[in-house]
Every structure is written in structure tokens, then in C-alpha cells.
Design a protein around this ligand. Sequence first.
Ligand SMILES: NC(=O)c1ccc[n+]([C@@H]2O[C@H](COP(=O)([O-])OP(=O)(O)OC[C@H]3O[C@@H](n4cnc5c(N)ncnc54)[C@H](O)[C@@H]3O)[C@@H](O)[C@H]2O)c1
Length: 323
Amino acid sequence: MSLSFLITGVAGFLGSHLSEALLELGHSVTGIDNFDPFYNENIKRRNLNNSLTYSLFTFIKADITVQSDLEKISGNFDFVIHIAAKAGVLPSIKNPLDYVSVNITGTMNVLEFMKSRSIKKYVFASSSSIYGNNKEVPFKEDQKVDGPISPYAFSKRSCELMNYTYHTLYNISCLNLRLFTLYGPRQRPDLSIHKFTRLIESGQAIEMYGDGSTARDYTHVTDVVNGFISAINFVSSHEKVYEIINIGNRNPVKLKDLIKTIYESLKVEPNIIQLPEQPGDVDITYADISKAKILLDYNPKMNFSDGIKGFVSWYEENKDFLK
Ligand SMILES: NC(=O)c1ccc[n+]([C@@H]2O[C@H](COP(=O)([O-])OP(=O)(O)OC[C@H]3O[C@@H](n4cnc5c(N)ncnc54)[C@H](O)[C@@H]3O)[C@@H](O)[C@H]2O)c1
């Protein structure tokens, strides 16, 4: 059955991939984005190119912090997929108010929009940052998460709580997907895989915070998109659900191994400057994905070194535009 989706943050890394996947399945997608200046607007505009080739795609420039922008959106939607956010942990420590405005107030506006249009199906892009420096790994959804160590992390946890309130009050079915560091073509330029590739490829030094033993559960964007599609199917086939589900890769990679995999793919020796660990950065992210397996039949497939090779090829093909 063909469904009608509203995707927020459609011009970003994840939003643009998910939009293409839903269009390819024959659904209609209205995507909104304000081209937030966190990174280059031209990169975001180019992310939309594939979606724009589908007649079932509509793009609207709109800011989720501006209620009147949302009120102007026409059409009936079966689903809202809320991806727009101020992303990034360290910038949230520098500019916490921006994160409260976009991630918390913006999400409240999206929920109010859903209430006013009687939209009952909702998937939210949450984050593994919510687990903070939890010593118990892998991270499980029922773990205590009252120790966020960055404004970004508390903003995402606040959203999960607001989503629960709207689920209860207005019968909105909601899946909060806690995402673990995404990578793949179009990855945000501020994220380590993209940043290290750019710097190593152009012969510049890279900064490694700590001794390289911190680890991230890098998850390929194709696996994350499949997780979203399964989440959409789950919401479609259940009445009034609310769940929090990890979408990770259950395979943490150490920072020093990540750097090695990138420079071996690029075939360029890196110049590494070691610096102290940064506040707000967690030591490890590591997803327990058993709940995703049971409820969503989620099973990430991308092998890490193949995923990095794919990213490096994409970067090499697009580097003149991206620099
Ligand atoms: N990339 C990751 O590793 C990761 C990990 C965990 C969670 N997430 C979450 O997944 C989502 C997507 O991340 P991404 O890496 O694709 O980020 P991204 O920055 O590439 O995409 C976010 C998009 O939201 C848009 N946006 C920002 N503020 C907006 C506003 N006020 N109104 C409308 N649009 C706005 C931006 O312009 C951007 O295009 C975010 O919610 C992020 O917090 C990402």
C-alpha cells in the first residue's frame, strides 16, 4: 500500500537516503528542511537531487522552530518521520540554546503539527548519546539514562519523553530509534570518518583525542534506512505503540582502528597529533540490538571495512564539490 510521509530534515545525510528509499518503494514524500548552516547548504541541496527526480516527491523549505512554517504545509500525511535536528555533541556544549530551540522546541512544534492534523504514526531519530558514559555495555533500551553528558544528549532524551506524552494524550504510535554513529556516502562533514578522510587525503594532520582506545558502534546508513523501514512497517501493523529501539551495529571500532582502516583505503600515511580527550565525548558506544532483532527483524549487514572503502570511493568521486 502506498503511504504519504512527511520527513523533517530531508536534505541531511540520513533524511535524504531515507527519502530515496521510501520513494523507491512507491510512497509519496514531502520533505522539509531549513538548510541549517551547521554545514554547507550546497551539500544539502545536492543531497536532494535524487529525490527530486521522483514525481511523488515535494520539497518545502521550512523551519521546525517556526510554527507558521509548519502550518503552511499542505497535504494529508499517514506518517511523520522526524529527523531534523541540530546534530553534534561538541557544538552543543558551545551553543546549548540552539539545541534547546531546534531539538526540543522544534520537536514540540512537530508534535503539535501532528496533533492538529490528526497524524497518528511517527518515527523519531533519537541517539545513542543518551546512554552517556554508562559503564554497562552493550547499551540496552531499559538501562537507566539519567546521566546525559552533553546538551545534545539531554535534548534527545527530552524528545523521547515529549513523544511519550503525545503518544499517551493523542494516541500517536511512536518508535524512537536510538541511532549509533552513522556513516556512508553523504556523511556529515563534521563526523570523524568524513573529517579524517578529507584531512588524510589532502596531506593534512589529523587530531586524535585520547590514546585512540575510545570506540564507536559505527552503523552504515543503508542498515539504518532498513531499520527505519522496518520501524514504519511495525507502526503500520500495530495499534497505539510506543517503543525505544537501538539501531546500531553491535560491533564497536576503536578510534585508532578507524584511522588505520581509512588510511589503508586511501593508501596515504597519516600525520596524527594526539590531544587530550574532549569533555562531552563518551568512551564507548555499543548497541545491544536484540530488541530491534525481535521487534523489527533488524539485522545490520555492512561489513565495516567494506563500508569504509565505499565511503572513501564516494569521497574521492565528490571531493572537488565537498571541499
Ligand atoms: N549522524 C549520526 O551519526 C547520528 C547519530 C545519532 C543520531 N542522529 C540523529 O539523526 C538525525 C540525522 O542526522 P544527520 O547526520 O543526517 O544530520 P544532518 O545534519 O545531515 O541532517 C539534519 C537535517 O536537519 C535540518 N535541520 C536542522 N535544523 C532544522 C530546522 N530548524 N528546521 C528544519 N530542518 C532543520 C538540517 O538542515 C539537516 O539537513 C538527527 O536527528 C541526528 O540527531 C545522527
